[in-house]
Design a protein around this ligand. Structure first.
Ligand code: IMP
Length: 425
């Protein structure tokens, strides 16, 4: 395994948390490289559900060090709550390591995220309203406040006061909101500093040392490829790079360090928030996917939009991430349907597309061109070996592999760790 990236190959919510958790059994380090508490993963261990938004799922294994790397944005209140929750439920969070270079989500980021969405009206992105976009905006505008700033009161105050001048103008004059108070924010955040200090370190160095010593390191992406700020369905994206390149910049390592890049894809597809979605189903089939698949957001509880598997998008994902393997999740949800459909191409504005369209106008007008495959309509949640899957399910998997040209190494048929079938090569 040595260095493996695990990332979402669709619009997020592919079940990466569980996948990382399964892989983490053999890993010494599990690294979150981008995003913040807009992500959410549910891990089921011995029937007990754990919902995590920031701390990598590897925390569940005692040999594993969970790392929140420099490319992440951290809401310290949320992180401390998560640490406390784990502690209360008997999971030791003391191994956690946080990058001193990660940026902080501040109260004005959360506020701005909410009011900006309101202002956009029907053009809204449908963000999680956790302050992610405004925090990354400040990072790139070089006005961000980083974890390390918490440990120097003067720097923290100076940076906060400087940025609040602008933020308060924006809040009061543009968005008609009350201004925020610098000393109240400072009191709150500096109180977090002491509690966070034991976890803070140079995570890039920690990762490098682990790789140098031959340890297994897992890089865990949040959200998914089609939500990538550069390669996703812009502007309906998140403000970071969930793609494989983001793992390198976010963690502070080079491309030669990586051995394997695993794309996680659901056996169908979903998205939350607004934006184009060629295979979306607004009928009974989509409704069944939502109810059987439990397609409601871990973070916001929002209902996810669902549709048939989109192989145009999956091929794109294989390309922009240089995927070495695929992990197919939730195959059991498709047991509901007699006939399955998969999009192999799009038709848009009189043309046929087999590559993911680069132009927004084309993407908006896409209708999927489907291939039909027979379903299996039997309960597969108890299957533990690939060879024991109904032949229609095996055929479905092989069809995807042929189209995407990436081997599917694992298939999951339920939420538990033991419901993962490993495919022998
Ligand atoms: P933001 O990341 O909160 O700025 O939201 C931007 C877009 O990304 C919205 O469409 C969100 O619904 C979507 N998004 C953010 N995090 C996730 C996730 O973990 N899963 C799926 N979609 C997400």
């Amino acid at each position: 395994m040595p260095a493996t990236i695990i990332l979402g190959a669709q619009w997020g919510d592919e079940g990466k948390g569980k996948v990382t958790d399964v892989f983490a059994e053999h890993a010494q380090l599990v690294v979150r490289y981008q995003g913040g508490n807009n992500a959410g993963h549910t891990i089921v261990v011995d029937g007990e559900r754990f919902a995590l938004s920031l701390i990598p799922s590897g925390v569940m294994y005692p040999q594993c060090t969970p790392v929140i790397a420099s490319g992440c944005v951290i809401d310290p209140r949320v992180l401390l709550d998560e640490i406390e929750m784990l502690d209360d439920r008997g999971v030791d969070p003391r191994r956690l390591r946080i990058s001193s270079n990660a940026h902080l989500i501040m109260p004005y980021h959360r506020k701005l995220d909410a009011v900006m969405e309101r202002y956009l009206g029907r053009h809204k992105i449908g963000t999680t309203k956790k302050g992610i976009g405004p925090a990354y905006t400040d990072k790139f505008a070089r006005q961000g406040i980083r974890v390390q700033d918490l440990f120097d009161r003067k720097i923290f105050h100076d940076k906060l006061e400087a940025t609040l001048v602008e933020k308060n103008k924006l809040l009061t004059r543009v968005y008609n909101q009350l201004p925020m108070n610098a000393s109240e924010i400072a009191d709150e955040y500096l109180e977090y500093a002491d509690r966070l200090l034991p976890y803070v370190t140079d995570t890039s160095l920690l990762i490098w040392e682990s790789l140098r010593d031959g340890r297994d390191v897992l890089f865990e992406g949040a959200q998914g490829t089609l939500l990538d700020i550069d390669h996703g369905t812009y502007p309906f994206v998140t403000s970071s790079n969930p793609t494989a390149g983001g793992a390198l910049t976010g963690a502070g390592i080079g491309p030669r360090a990586i051995d394997r890049i695993v794309g996680v894809a659901k056996a169908y597809i979903s998205r939350v928030g607004t934006g184009p979605f060629p295979t979306e189903l607004s009928d009974e089939i989509g409704e069944t996917m939502v109810s059987v698949g439990g397609e409601y957001g871990t973070v916001t509880g929002r209902r996810r939009r669902c549709g048939w598997l989109d192989l145009v998008a999956l091929r794109y994902s294989a390309r922009v991430n240089s995927l070495t393997d695929l992990f197919l999740t939730k195959l059991d949800v498709l047991s509901e349907f007699e006939t399955l459909r998969v999009a192999v191409a799009y038709s848009s504005l009189g043309e046929r597309y087999t590559e993911f369209p680069r132009q927004q106008r084309v993407l908006y007008n896409c209708s999927p061109i489907y291939e039909e495959l027979p379903g299996w309509t039997s309960d597969i949640t108890g299957v533990r070996h690939f060879r024991d899957l109904p032949k229609e399910a095996q055929r479905y998997i092989e069809f995807i592999e042929d189209e995407v040209r990436v081997p599917i190494g694992w298939v999951s048929v339920g939420p538990e760790r033991r419901q993962v079938l490993t495919r022998s090569p």
